[in-house]
Design a protein around this ligand. Sequence first.
Ligand code: UD1
Ligand code: UDP
Length: 380
Amino acid sequence: MKRLLTVVGARPQIIKAAALSRVLRTAGYSDLQEILLHTGQHYDDNMSGVFFREMGIPEPDVQLDSGSGSHGTQTARMLSGIEQAIREHQADGVLVYGDTNSTLAAALAASKMHVPVFHVEAGLRSFDKRMPEEINRIACDHMSTLLFSPTLAGIHNLAREGFNVDYRGAYHINAPGVFHCGDVMLDNTLYYAEKAKRESTVLREYALNENEFVLATVHRDSNTDDPERLAAICSALAAIADSIRVVFPIHPRTKKCLEAIKTDERITRFLEHPKVKIIPPVSFLDITELERACAMVVTDSGGVQKEAFFLKKPCIILRPHTEWIEIVESGHAILADADTTRIMDGFAKLRSKTDFTWPELFGDGQAARFIADTIRSYFS
Ligand code: UD1
Ligand code: UDP
């Protein structure tokens, strides 16, 4: 029996971990014991607890209370807690997701203890090291023994950084294995989309009609913490709301930042626009249903932009660049940054575009099974 310590902390990681936990609980994986550690990076029920309940993820075996704070403070709290958990639970490997401070802390703790790190969402790059996530993902990849890239672009990025992506021998931190395996988020969307359509009441709750609203989310620190960028995005969303309803599940970071500048008339116009509906963060079934039923997505979220693609919805990305470059290059999403004019032009362009093809860019919905099998054969 091998003991696999899975580390989650932020909302998207809990959601991603659900896909692999689901596989590990099926028959045939009894030789791998998953121990779940929650760093406590996200702690509100609608940012954490709801996903455990709705997606059937077991209660964490280890709960740290790292909470919010500066990058250094938050990461340091996690680092010592994870180190202790690796020791106490005698973990044989540590599984991490994505690019948050929880990912970085877990990879750092494990690699220094010579415990192999398995990184899901390896290889993704925005090529902007001012993003905290870019630092986290580069560092994590270079501390990993098994690297699972959802896309071919990720494989190319790793090759460029010196990884031997074709190596298939005995894997080690100095001879890591790199795998192109598809996206665990697609696994989740495929698994939950029908259930969401059947069971979610979110459309009824907010009196929303199919294809008659835009779904918008904003939480990236470069957008929320810069009042000018936040105001530019809000101006564009208010302009879009002049023609179609805008539904805005609000991240707690964004709520705080909007509150701080709510007297700015561009923010007031957005907050008080009769066709803008600001709602608390929603569950995974509800967001999946909103993504399926909307006319378009406007977002700076990594996860939401991809789910828009999975559910065949065009998307405006509120960033200067994206790690998911395939959806832009194939014409299904537009990079508009936090630029009011570019967002509105993008909205008009995607509203009139009809020649979408939705190619299979993110695998076949079986990424989690591939990852579980690869980890198992690493141990055998
Ligand atoms: C983090 C990740 C980001 C990811 C995002 C997913 C890092 C550096 N950033 O950003 O990559 O895209 O999660 O949502 O790891 N807050 C609450 N309640 C909560 C959680 C947060 O009120 O349950 C508030 C706090 O004021 C906190 C702020 O949100 O200071 C930011 O939270 P934090 O986890 O530091 O960063 P995110 O912006 O959520
Ligand atoms: N999500 C959710 N409820 C919301 C907003 C997002 O369940 O109100 C989900 C979304 O479907 C995706 C994940 O959270 O699976 C993305 O997380 P987030 O946008 O916080 O972070 P990112 O992906 O940018 O790191």
